[in-house]
Write a protein that binds this ligand. Structure first.
Ligand code: PAF
Length: 274
């Protein structure tokens, strides 16, 4: 892969990169299309990274659909997309361990607090993939907003020469944020899941006049009334530091973040608060 990229670059072509864990959906395709707008070639990696899973069952059951993924990418372009699908051994040899990272505290909030070792795993694989693919631009979705901020920090702290581009959340028509895990929802849970985004939107409206604590209590109450969904956290945080807001300031911007269990599928979403 590395040699192939060197050849492409020697021909003066620019390389965009979309790292994924496969089970591709329209959200991924929007990243790929953005990459194709800005680069000659786009590399899509498909690799279910074992070190970022804190839950073994989630790793085992994570959808793996390589053939369908490749077919889908071919509908976008037959000539300008390269799929890189390494094995676990290619990436880790026989030492499936993550490096440990600090990201100036970003790693302790939300997903970092609830998923032990998750961001060490993400940092390890993204750093490794960026070293292999050496892209000019790399694209990440805002659904994993904390991951996006952490990867920007990774690149800054480790002086990796790439520009990280965050892309807006792609949603199904009913508002559910696109995720590979949606494919594993039962019909009942899929039908109720848009409740998450509806509640985020209402939280956004309420945040105009109410305190963060007030809005948080209101959201928690809505989820208590919804027995099919179990709220893990709802947090209103500073967009830059990701620290929970104590007192609103007009000089700062905020985002609301949510993690919810629909049966045994864990879903996350977030919204910019205005
Ligand atoms: O967002 C994802 O799908 C993964 O965390 C990533 C960035 C591909 C790293 O495995």
């Amino acid at each position: 892969m590395s040699h192939h990229i060197d050849e492409i670059k020697a021909n003066g072509k620019s390389v965009g990169f979309v790292p994924t864990m496969g089970a591709l959906h329209n959200g991924h395709l929007s990243l790929v299309n953005k990459g194709l707008d800005q680069n000659d070639i786009v590399v899509v990696s498909i690799f279910v990274n074992p070190t970022q899973f804190d839950n073994q069952e989630d790793l085992v059951k994570y959808p793996r659909t390589l053939d369908a993924d490749v077919t889908l990418l071919k509908t976008v372009s037959d000539t300008t997309i390269i799929v890189y699908a390494p094995t676990v051994e290619d990436i880790y040899g026989n030492n499936i361990l993550s490096q440990s990272f600090t990201f100036e505290g970003l790693e302790h909030e939300m997903e970092g607090a609830f998923r032990d070792g998750h961001f060490d795993g993400v940092g390890t694989i993204v750093k490794r993939l960026l070293e292999i693919v050496k892209p000019d631009y790399a694209y990440f979705g805002e659904k994993d907003f904390q991951q996006l901020q952490i990867i920007k920090k990774l690149v800054e702290l480790h002086h990796i020469p790439v520009k990280i581009i965050g892309c807006a959340i792609h949603r199904a028509e009913d508002g559910l944020a696109m995720s590979s895990r949606n494919a594993r929802l039962t019909e009942v849970h899929r039908n109720i899941a848009p409740f998450i985004y509806r509640t985020l939107n209402s939280a956004n409206e309420k945040f105009g006049t109410k305190s963060a604590q007030n809005v948080t209590e209101w959201v928690e109450k809505q989820f208590k009334r919804q027995p099919l969904l179990e709220l893990e956290y709802f947090i209103i945080a500073d967009t830059t530091t990701l620290k929970p807001v104590k007192r609103k300031s007009t000089k700062k911007t905020y985002r609301a973040f949510v993690a919810v269990y629909a049966g045994d599928i864990r879903l996350i979403d977030n919204i910019a608060l205005n």
